[in-house]
Design a protein around this ligand. Structure first.
Ligand code: FE2
Length: 244
């Protein structure tokens, strides 16, 4: 079971009045700086998640060109759901297979929450894990470039990157439990098991109400999801680049 999120920002105050925009954004920024993610709750139907996301940086297209991705199980022509479309995902960062920098932020919001258990977005912060790495280990992760297999199959191309990068003073983490090409004696194999275990122990779980939005720093946090049964679960997703 994941922990409850600590970084939760409600759109209205205790009197039911919207928190003024300037204060809302200030609270958002301080929660993001502290925790690396914010779960927005109490959002009205006229809240504009795309506009909110664009304030953090320019949107990046998904692999099919869409700026806003529909995240829902898609039935085939016979009305059968692909079994993978409701499955759990292992912890990873997004966009390790891109030529350049991965998206700085990811945002998901809920169009239709799943009935029943599961379908949570799960998150964990790598910052304390990085702080605990030996200098030797850290240097290996900064200097050694790996091949990453492509999670989108035939559609894209994977590029070589180290697990730890630096961009204008920020650490950029790239990580996948399954998609790094390495042999079993490589130090990254031990790191993958260690981070999977830490993720299992420490992750928080976002359980969606309608309109809820979660935004996280994809250079810092790992994300995954829990399996679910309800094929009507429907989220939307944007990838936000680092602001220039
Ligand atoms: Fe992902």
């Amino acid at each position: 079971m994941g922990r409850s999120p600590l970084s939760v920002l409600h759109r209205t105050d205790a009197n039911g009045k919207p928190v003024p925009d300037v204060l809302f954004e200030k609270t958002f920024q301080s929660l993001m700086d502290e925790h690396g993610y914010v779960h927005l709750t109490g959002l009205p139907d006229d809240f504009d998640p795309v506009a909110f996301g664009r304030r953090l940086g320019p949107l990046m297209p998904h692999h099919d060109g869409a700026l806003v991705a529909e995240v829902r199980p898609a039935p085939t022509a016979d009305g059968v759901y692909y079994p993978g479309s409701t499955k759990a995902f292992a912890p990873h960062t997004e966009g390790y297979d891109l030529l350049g920098l991965p998206p700085r932020y990811l945002a998901l919001w809920c169009v239709h929450p799943p009935a029943g258990d599961g379908g949570e977005t799960t998150l964990a912060d790598t910052r304390p894990w990085l702080a605990g790495l030996s200098e030797q280990n850290r240097q290996h992760l900064e200097k050694t470039e790996y091949d990453w297999t492509n999670p989108h199959g035939e559609l894209g191309i994977a590029f070589r990157h180290p697990l730890l990068d630096e961009h204008r003073g920020s650490t950029v983490v790239r990580f996948s439990v399954n998609n790094i090409v390495r042999d079993d004696t490589d130090p990254v194999a031990a790191l993958q098991s260690a981070w999977q275990r830490l993720f299992d122990e420490q992750h928080l779980a976002i359980s969606y109400q309608r309109n809820d939005m979660v935004i996280w720093d994809n250079w810092r946090l790992l994300h995954a999801r829990t399996a679910f049964a309800d094929p009507h679960r429907h989220l939307r997703r944007i990838h936000i680049a680092e602001a220039h």
